[in-house]
Design a protein around this ligand. Structure first.
Ligand code: APR
Length: 233
């Protein structure tokens, strides 16, 4: 019995790999103000500070590895194939490094650069702070390919199509503080899907889920995937 599953992940799934979340006690938004590093206005006002923030995170990413939760989702893709879609709010590449192929980065990617002049997008794993020339148009107008507050997330049509045809929606490691992602549980519920939350603590949307389990993703996700695998045999 194959079910259509949409999995939404947030910063919590990468916490056990050593990457900071945003809103936890030691989160990124404790050390940086959103208005200084995560808005288009901040980038035009002070690009050096914005570049330093993302260049540091890009370098940090090289030093970490996928954890048991990422690896379990990659195993689940082996079982469910095209019936599984991972929608991530994360800009890290840990899902792909774990082996997942069907991943949508709705908030962009650290390992990608976007040109403010030609709108070209380029795989990028180096600093952007030195103002490198755009491989497409040659201008020094490359920015991190990350969706900032006030900007439209990527692939919303594709995500909504998957949600309305889903049988099961699972949210992992997200606080439910940011829309449109925090609204996906309602969209899935309206479409008749079952909903499950796997999170360290209760989130702003836990009450909207049919089942909400608390604990570290590195433990809860492999357990849940083993259950699905057992059901799919
Ligand atoms: N396992 C499971 N959940 C965890 C773990 C863990 N090991 N560690 C933390 N969490 C949970 C926290 O309890 C919290 O609910 O992960 C959630 C992280 O929440 P946020 O820091 O708000 O991150 P996220 O929900 O991904 O943020 C959404 O906001 O800042 C913007 O664009 C940014 O994509 C981001 C969006």
């Amino acid at each position: 019995m194959l079910v259509k599953v949409v999995v939404l992940t947030g910063a919590g799934i990468s916490a056990e790999s050593g990457l900071a979340t945003f809103r936890d006690a030691d989160g990124l938004w404790q050390g940086h103000h959103v208005d200084n590093v995560a808005t288009p206005e901040a980038f035009h006002r002070d690009p050096a500070t914005v570049h330093r923030f993302y260049d540091d995170r890009r370098r940090e990413l090289r030093a970490v590895a996928p954890n048991a939760a990422h690896l379990a989702l990659a195993r689940l893709e082996q079982v469910l194939g095209d019936e599984l879609l991972v929608v991530t709010q994360n800009v890290d590449d840990l899902h792909e490094r774990a082996g997942s192929r069907r991943v949508v980065h709705m908030h962009g990617e650290l390992l990608s650069a976007l040109c403010d002049s030609c709108q070209g997008r380029f795989a990028w794993d180096d600093d952007l702070g030195d103002g490198p020339a755009c491989p497409g148009c040659g201008n020094d107008t490359l920015r991190p390919d990350v969706v900032w507050f006030g900007e439209m997330p990527y692939d919303l049509d594709l995500i909504e199509r998957a949600l309305v045809r889903s049988d099961l929606f699972v949210a992992i490691g997200t606080s439910g503080a940011v829309y449109p992602a925090a609204g996906f549980v309602r969209m899935a519920t309206r479409a008749g899907a079952k909903t499950l939350e796997l999170n360290l603590d209760s989130s702003e949307t836990s009450h909207l889920f049919d089942d909400a389990r608390q604990g570290p993703a590195g433990k809860l996700v492999p357990e849940w995937v083993a259950d699905v695998q057992a059901l799919s045999r």
